[in-house]
Design a protein around this ligand. Structure first.
Ligand code: FAD
Length: 476
């Protein structure tokens, strides 16, 4: 095989792409991965949206801003007096950037370790040739390569409001929202989804007056209603001004301020004037520069690459994974698809279970869930039992000083199989893993109830909620 020929060429080194590349290499394939992302110095920054302007930097800022909030408002409860707490925003953003860089460097190291050839540039289809697909790389590296198989993992980009392009100064996407130079006095957020709530929380904790405007009438409609109601109550108490059911008027932006006229849920005309506006109204699949049309790659009406259940596109030996195809736009979903595709290419039976993909909102308290909500079970007519346990009754949560929220388990009324688990509270992002494992094994609430959980841990709330399904909680 010549040096420009590979068994697998992966386009995009986000969580879908770089993980697909590693798994294919583990299975003995020759692999190239192409990614266009540049760091501040023009160098490669593999990791995609997730590493550069998504999961990782947002969690770094959520952690830093939570420390700031704790120091300002909660250390005193622990008998720790701190005076003169001050914010060095440039240092906080600098730390976030260095966390991102550690992840970029980690991926470059993993490419080397797995003997994956990395190309820094844009990859575009140049037609079908003997032995596979010709791919042209242009950018820092210029190359013409051939892949027997091609995995497209080009991800997504932030959706703009019509007529209001991101300038990343006043009108911010997730990218700008992670890099504001000074805490705005007033910040507007359009969209009360995961990203809007996480970014709104960061800047509220750092001192901004934050108003979130959402078109949908119901807060976090995809979340279990009981959890969504609790979250709305807590976020409002924390100071997020969340307006549901609004209709936006024409937004005007100047160098100093952004004016957002809107009709509120009662039909009254309102005007929000803010220093900066984050627009977080969803993301759109990204296929720009792939030359997809020329080779006949099929996209749907919303721009997603059309794939079957195995992530096969309409073109032979061309696969697509992650945000650029149907399904939840989550890093771990992209990773699972990347692994599954690499295994299918390697002659194995890759597998992704869409029913057990966990969801997390990294606000404080955190929110996580897997499986069906109570409203979904009701709508489907499935008979179920529910058991909840509040963190207020959990010893570790009391010791932590964080007793908000609860764990709720929904199980089949007859078989006791766990159908959904919903958590709002401390470390919900970590606690959900147990629920995912149980559901993956199609376990019952009774299984969780009979598993020994260390004391004192937050995870005991999972056990207690499982006991509650059978109306026999021990500590509540
Ligand atoms: P991406 O990560 O978008 O990567 C695609 C890569 O392909 C990019 O590097 C891009 O430059 C490159 N590319 C595109 N076209 C080409 C081309 N022609 N040639 C070469 N390279 C190309 N998900 C979670 O699971 N947990 C979270 O906590 C979370 N937080 C988030 C926070 C924010 C603010 C945002 C915006 C998203 C968050 N997400 C989170 C979503 C997550 O980032 C995405 O689901 C994930 O990154 C999708 O991975 P991907 O590999 O499909 O695409």
């Amino acid at each position: 095989m010549s040096s420009n020929q590979f068994d697998v060429v992966v386009i995009g080194a986000g969580p879908g792409g770089y993980i697909a590349a590693i798994r294919a290499a583990q299975l003995g394939k020759t692999v190239a991965c192409i990614d266009a992302w540049q760091n501040g110095q023009g160098g490669p920054a593999p990791g995609g949206t997730c590493t550069n302007v998504g999961c990782i930097p947002s969690k770094a800022l959520l952690q830093s801003s939570e420390h700031y909030e704790q120091a300002n408002h909660h250390f005193a409860e622990h008998g720790i007096e701190v005076k003169g707490v001050s914010l060095k925003l440039d240092k906080m953003i600098g730390r976030k950037n260095s966390v991102v860089k550690q992840n970029n460097d980690g991926i470059l190291y993993l490419f080397k370790k797995n003997k994956i050839t990395f190309f820094h540039g844009k990859g575009a289809f140049a037609g079908q040739v003997d032995g596979g697909w010709a791919i042209k790389v242009s950018g820092t590296t210029e190359a013409d390569i051939v892949g027997k198989h091609v995995v497209i993992a080009t991800g997504s980009s932030a959706r703009e409001l019509p007529g209001l392009p991101f300038d990343e100064q006043q009108i911010l996407s997730n990218d700008g929202a992670l890099n504001i130079g000074a805490v705005p006095k007033k910040l507007g957020v359009i969209g009360a989804g995961v990203i809007g709530l996480e970014m709104g929380s960061v800047w509220r904790r750092l001192g901004a007056e934050v108003t979130v405007l959402e078109a949908m009438p119901e807060f976090l409609a995809a979340v279990d209603t009981q959890v969504a109601k609790e979250a709305h109550k807590i976020f409002t108490k924390q100071g997020l001004n969340i307006q549901m059911g609004v209709k936006l008027g024409e937004i005007k932006s100047t160098a100093k301020q952004v004016t957002v006229p809107y009709t509120d849920a009662s039909g009254a005309e309102q005007k929000l004037v803010v220093d900066k506006l984050i627009v977080s109204i969803g993301r759109v699949p990204y296929t720009g520069g792939l030359n997809a049309e020329a080779v006949g790659l099929k996209l749907d009406e919303r721009g997603f690459i059309v794939v079957d259940a195995d992530c096969k596109t309409n073109l032979p030996n061309v696969w697509a994974v992650g945000d650029v195809v149907r399904g939840p736009m989550l890093a771990h979903k992209a990773e699972e698809e990347g692994v599954a595709v690499a295994e299918r290419i390697g002659g194995q039976h890759g597998h992704v279970n869409f029913d057990t993909i966990p969801w997390v909102i990294y606000t404080s308290p955190e929110i996580s869930w897997v499986g069906q909500t109570e409203q979904q079970l009701k709508a489907s007519g499935r008979a179920y039992k529910a058991g909840s346990f509040p963190f207020l009754a959990n010893g570790r949560a009391r010791a932590l000083g964080d007793t908000t929220g609860f764990v709720k388990i929904l199980a089949d009324a007859t078989t006791d199989e766990v159908l959904g688990v919903h958590i709002i509270g401390p470390m919900a992002s970590e606690l959900i893993a147990e629920a995912v494992t149980i559901m993956e094994f199609r376990g019952a609430a009774e299984d969780i109830a009979r598993i020994c959980h260390a004391h004192p841990t937050l995870s005991e709330s999972m056990k207690e909620a499982a006991l509650a399904v059978d109306k026999r909680t021990l500590n509540f």
